[in-house]
Each structure stands twice: as structure tokens, then as C-alpha cells.
Design a binder for this molecule. Structure first.
Ligand code: FAD
Length: 388
């Protein structure tokens, strides 16, 4: 049976302290400046990679630290708690799982050690399309086998970190949907080298927050057959397999955000004096922050439960989804309490509150929107009819 430790172990405390030490060198000014210019935190990601933190989940035999998802989550949570944005690098942790579980030994030996050292970056994951959105099995990008190549045609939207990545995990249809038994069949996943790929166009999108997000266009892009991960036509199932890790890690991003907001809100409310007393003495201010703290602690318990189950190899679909939902909602609640108690200053860039407010909002929508999490829980946890 999996069990949850309510306190961090000595190793986990050291891990957290190590990450926070790096984060100290990247204060609010660093993230604020990049946010204004919509530039990637290259220096921060490089330092984190060189220190081995982004290889936490890669097994030791492939050059990583061989840690569990609980530790992966702790790393991301610490980055966001420090005021930074782990969204710049979190994807490598969950994308890599698909290669690890379903890649051939040759692919693992070829890529994982290089990803571990930072010689190669795998930060891009191409799933979403303009015409299919959350309905992934309807995606229209095709990869057609011709000899020793696949020829890829189609479009993707909102694909992050493509210009900062060497490799991308791509989901494309290899068998038309009308020729498969189930619509979840006939999709395949590829690990492709996107450096100097002919026919591949990347158009950066200016988003609400600094997330290096793009529209992608594939025009007869040729990729070698060796890029296929696992069996042709099984891609959707492989991606699904990685969803629990993704949910737990994203919940961790949100928990870090929530803790940052709460700490900021408490400090500000205790020192800001209006009407002759600290604003935090007003229930209207204090209770909103206390409620956000309660939501955050509850979300953390669910994240820890999901991580413990995941690391023990037990089913955790319900818990991982609930953790992602609770985390995103707790961060949003904490963000609102924090921006409210800061009054006008909450909107001033130099306080970082408005930046974190924009950043934390994403996780209610991506990588899966919270409505679809509710649909998952309704159908798979509670046994209700499929709602879509
Ligand atoms: C900044 C950013 C970065 C992203 N990065 C990536 C990335 O790197 N790779 C990638 O593949 N994708 C990425 N995405 C895409 C993201 O995962 C999608 O936006 C998301 O999955 C929803 O797809 P959609 O935007 O087409 O919304 P739609 O599918 O059109 O849904 C719109 C809204 O309708 C509601 N809805 C839809 N269907 C249902 C239903 N059945 N029941 C109830 N409500 C429903 C939901 O509230 C949903 O938010 C990113 C998005 C953003 C904003």
C-alpha cells in the first residue's frame, strides 16, 4: 500500500533547499523583465539543468537522478513558490515519461542521457490543434509512411517552448479515423528533432503570460521512421499513460503559486495600515486569505496522495485529476485574495502579483481544462454517464 508522509524527508528538504538556492539568484526583477519582453528564462533553465534538477525523473542508468514524481513536483513547486515560473521547463519532466515507458532501448540510450545533461532539450509537446481542441482524437495532422520516412502535414496551436527545444513529442494521425475500430486508435507519437526541419514553420503567439507559445505548420515535413515511439497507432494510449504524471506536476506548479500568493498577502496585510489598523485585521481581508490557505493545504494533501500512489505504481487517475483541479483552483483563489488585499498595488508590475496572477490562471485551462477534469471524475470515479 502507498502511504503519504506528511513531512518532507531529510533528502526532500535538501532537494527543496537546493532549488530555492538557485531561485534566489533569479528574483522578481528577472522574471518581470523577461515577462515584459516575452523572452524565455534561458539562464535559469540552463542553471537548473546543469544542477541536474530537470533530470530528476530520468533513471540513473540513463544519467538522471532516478527520483519519484513526488520529488519532481517538489522541484516545480519550489520554483513557483520562489516567485519564478516553472512553466518554462516543467514539460520535460512529463514528456520524457512517454519515451521512458514506450520508447525502444535504442531511443532511450540515444536521447535520455543527452536530455539529462542538457545537451538536448525536450520541452515541446505538440498535441492541440485549432479544429479539435480538447477533443484530441479528432486531430487532423497526419503522418503518412512513405518508405523509411513519415511525411507530416497539418497545424498545431498553442504549442509551447518549440523555439527553445531541440526535440518535440508529436501526436499525429497515421490511420484515418474512418479506418479504425475506435477513434482512440490510429494516432501515433513521434519524438522528432526539430532543428532545421524542412517544411516546418513556427509562429510565436503573444499570450497573456510569458509562455513561449506558438502556432505550428507542417508542410510535407519528412521525419525518419526511427522517430516513431512504440507501435504505430497506439500513440493516444501512450499519451494517456503520461497524463497522471502531467496532472501531478502541474498541480505542484499551482501549489507553489498558491503559497507565494498567500505569503505575500499575509505580509502585506499585516503591514499596510489603513483606517488606523493593519488591513489584515479586517475579516473581509483576513478570511479570504485564510480560505485560500485552507484550499491550498487540502490541494497539497491530494497532490501528495496522488504522488504517493503514482510512485508506488498504483492507479491514481482520480487523485491526479483531483489534485490538478484543486491545485489550480487554490492558486486562483489565493491569487484573487492577494491581488484584492494589495488594492491598487496588486496591479503594479513591480509587485509581481499581477504577473503571478496571469501565470497561475493558465492551469485552470491547460494542459487540460478543469471542466474536463470534472467530466473525468464524474465518469471514471463516480460511474456516471459520459458527459461529452
Ligand atoms: C499558454 C498555453 C500553453 C499551451 N501549451 C500547450 C502545449 O505545449 N502543447 C499542447 O498540445 N497544447 C498546449 N496548450 C493548449 C491547451 O492544452 C488547450 O488550450 C486546452 O487543452 C483546451 O483546448 P482549446 O483551447 O481548443 O479549448 P476547447 O477544447 O475549444 O474548449 C474551450 C472551453 O470549452 C469548455 N469545454 C470544452 N469541451 C467541454 C466538455 N466536454 N465539457 C465541458 N466543458 C467543455 C472548457 O471550459 C474549455 O476550456 C496551451 C494552451 C495555452 C493557453
Amino acid at each position: 500500500m502507498a502511504s503519504i508522509d506528511l513531512a518532507l524527508s531529510e533528502e526532500q528538504r535538501a532537494l527543496r533547499a537546493g532549488v530555492l538556492e538557485i531561485c534566489k539568484r533569479y528574483p522578481g526583477e528577472y522574471w518581470r523583465d523577461l515577462d515584459a519582453r516575452r523572452e524565455y528564462p534561458e539562464k535559469f533553465v540552463t542553471e537548473l539543468t546543469e544542477a541536474g534538477y530537470l533530470a530528476a525523473l530520468i533513471p540513473q542508468e540513463y544519467g538522471g537522478a532516478g527520483l519519484g514524481i513526488g520529488e519532481g513536483g517538489l522541484i516545480l513547486e519550489s520554483i513557483n513558490y520562489s516567485g519564478g515560473n516553472a512553466g518554462a521547463c516543467h514539460a520535460q519532466m512529463y514528456i520524457m515519461g512517454t519515451v521512458l515507458r514506450h520508447g525502444s532501448e535504442a531511443q532511450k540510450r540515444e536521447y535520455l542521457p543527452k536530455i539529462a545533461t542538457g545537451a538536448l532539450r525536450l520541452q515541446a509537446f505538440g498535441v492541440t490543434e485549432p479544429n479539435s481542441g480538447s477533443d484530441t482524437t479528432k486531430l487532423q495532422t497526419t503522418a503518412i509512411r512513405t518508405g523509411d520516412r513519415y511525411v507530416v502535414n497539418g497545424q498545431k496551436i498553442f504549442i509551447s517552448r518549440v523555439l527553445q527545444s531541440d526535440l518535440m513529442l508529436l501526436l499525429a494521425r497515421t490511420t484515418p479515423v474512418d479506418r479504425v475500430k475506435r477513434k482512440t486508435d490510429g494516432l501515433s507519437v513521434f519524438l522528432i528533432d526539430i532543428r532545421d526541419l524542412k517544411g516546418f514553420e513556427v509562429r510565436p503567439l503573444r499570450m497573456m503570460m510569458n509562455h513561449s507559445t506558438n502556432a505550428l505548420f507542417f508542410d510535407n515535413v519528412e521525419i525518419p521512421v526511427e522517430s516513431l515511439i512504440g507501435e504505430e497507432g497506439r500513440g493516444f494510449h501512450y499519451i494517456l499513460d503520461g497524463m497522471n504524471a502531467e496532472r501531478i506536476l502541474v498541480a505542484s506548479d499551482s501549489l507553489g503559486d498558491a503559497r507565494w500568493f498567500i505569503e505575500k498577502a499575509v505580509a502585506y496585510s499585516n503591514q499596510r495600515v489603513i483606517f488606523g489598523r493593519p488591513i489584515g485585521a479586517n475579516q473581509g481581508v483576513q478570511f479570504a486569505i485564510a480560505r485560500a490557505h485552507i484550499s491550498t493545504d487540502a490541494a497539497q494533501l491530494m497532490r501528495d496522495k496522488a504522488a504517493a500512489l503514482f510512485d508506488a505504481g498504483q492507479p491514481c487517475g482520480g487523485e491526479a485529476n483531483m489534485a490538478k483541479y484543486l491545485g489550480a483552483e487554490a492558486a486562483w483563489e489565493a491569487g484573487n485574495a492577494c491581488i484584492d488585499c494589495h488594492g491598487g498595488y496588486g496591479y503594479a508590475e513591480e509587485y509581481d502579483v499581477e504577473r503571478k496572477f496571469r501565470e497561475c490562471r493558465l492551469y485552470k485551462t491547460a494542459p487540460v481544462n478543469n471542466n474536463l477534469v470534472l467530466a473525468y471524475v464524474g465518469e471514471h470515479v463516480l460511474g456516471m454517464p459520459r458527459s461529452y
